[in-house]
Design a protein. Structure first.
Length: 201
């Protein structure tokens, strides 16, 4: 009995852990497809896909950022590019009357430099999604998303399928066990009734 309970608890923990991983991977895939950050508990998080901040935030790093009231020089911020839905993670290097001047610490030019081929306008607070408060490479998982998106998608599908089959097999076994227990109980009751009838004769 104790072994069965321990086995069920272990299986439940495995299912929960697997579901968390699948949810995490699925959210990341949706984020890549929609090119939108994921919002969680008041924070947003994204995966860095370029090396413009390589000195402090390598490619594939997960960054967590949050909106604040006052942005300062040296803050690393996430803002919307004027070129489509692209998000940029760069450092504030100067504050002007027009807005913030930003630059990747691995880039030669600031984003607002006139000679920059991808020149951005000065960044205003309405274009800022937040200040980066934490970053992590998360054992290289983020880098896999940047370089091996199709592989990650296949892994998500495979794990989901395996989990479904595993759950289905367990459910069928439980169902058969309950049916066997029910039949056994019925047999016991019938034997008991027959014994009682024999006694009354």
């Amino acid at each position: 009995m104790t072994k069965t309970i321990v086995k069920k608890i272990g299986y439940s923990i495995f299912i929960l852990f697997t579901l968390i991983i699948i949810t995490f991977l699925t959210l990341n895939m949706l984020s890549f497809i929609k090119k939108e950050p994921i919002k969680l508990f008041g924070y947003r998080y994204s995966v860095v896909v370029t090396n413009s901040m390589e000195k402090t935030i390598p490619v594939g790093s997960y960054i967590f950022y949050k909106e604040i009231d006052d942005y300062q020089v040296h803050d690393v911020i996430v803002f919307k590019s004027k070129y489509g839905k692209r998000l940029i993670v760069h450092e504030i290097i100067n504050i002007t009357e027009q807005g913030f001047e930003t630059k990747g610490n691995n880039n030669q030019l600031s984003d607002q430099d006139p000679s920059n081929l991808h020149k951005e306008d000065y960044i205003t607070t309405d274009n800022i999604l937040g200040k980066v408060t934490y970053s992590t490479t998360l054992f290289g998982i983020g880098k896999l998303f940047v370089t091996q998106q199709s592989t990650i998608l296949l892994i998500v599908i495979a794990v989901t399928f395996i989990l479904f089959i595993s759950y289905l097999i367990t459910f069928i076994k439980e169902l058969k066990l309950r049916q066997e227990e029910k039949i056994l109980e019925q047999l016991k009751n019938e034997i008991k009734e027959e014994q009682e009838e024999e006694k009354t004769k």
